[in-house]
Write a protein that binds this ligand. Sequence first.
Ligand SMILES: Cc1cn([C@H]2C[C@H](O)[C@@H](COP(=O)(O)OP(=O)(O)OP(=O)(O)O)O2)c(=O)[nH]c1=O
Length: 208
Amino acid sequence: MTGRPTLVLASGSPRRLALLQQVGIEPDVLRPADVDEKPSKGETPRTLAKRLARTKAEIALRQAERDPETAGAFIVTADTVVAVGRRILPKAEMVDEAANCLRLLSGRNHKVFTSVCVVTPTRAIRQKLVETRVRFKRLDREELESYLASGEWRGKAGGYAIQGLAGSFVIKLIGSYSAVVGLPLHETVSMLQGDGYPVYFNWLSGPV
Ligand SMILES: Cc1cn([C@H]2C[C@H](O)[C@@H](COP(=O)(O)OP(=O)(O)OP(=O)(O)O)O2)c(=O)[nH]c1=O
């Protein structure tokens, strides 16, 4: 027993776990919620991020209620979508997809939409959407090829990870850095805290 409510992080993203841990929050259970991430016809990037974060929350809630360890637990889910205008970039799994993404992002502004849901012990679903504008430098062939060779783009929305090598591509960012990595920390913490999760509990025992 930890003396605090149970927290489920319904995500398979190691980045989301690391972000929560960065602010002293240690999920008790990691249980990814699998959803079909394909955009619906005509769906905007913003609507897609909101829909997927919410669907993950609904699935995670159903799973949580079937397990006595997690019934009534806090649940956190999120979804990150990268877009150039209305065009939604894929979560790059193949090198060609990543190359196409990076060519689109090179020398331009793009937007990263991250939506986060918190399911409360009373089973209310709170949700926020964070929009961040990112400007990339122009990437020449050598930069592009070296980045593709690094493999850091794999499994990342838009084919890059700002927390790694691609951090050097960013000229300007307006919004939330943590939201680009995958979880907006300010919004997540304020929702958890607003519903009574003791966010500062672990801070009291010194450096994390
Ligand atoms: C843009 C960007 C995305 N990403 C990652 C965060 C997410 O893991 C991923 C976006 O895909 P998501 O579908 O949001 O998340 P996921 O499938 O990886 O994890 P889960 O649904 O289980 O929570 O891209 C970075 O790590 N850095 C970045 O700079």
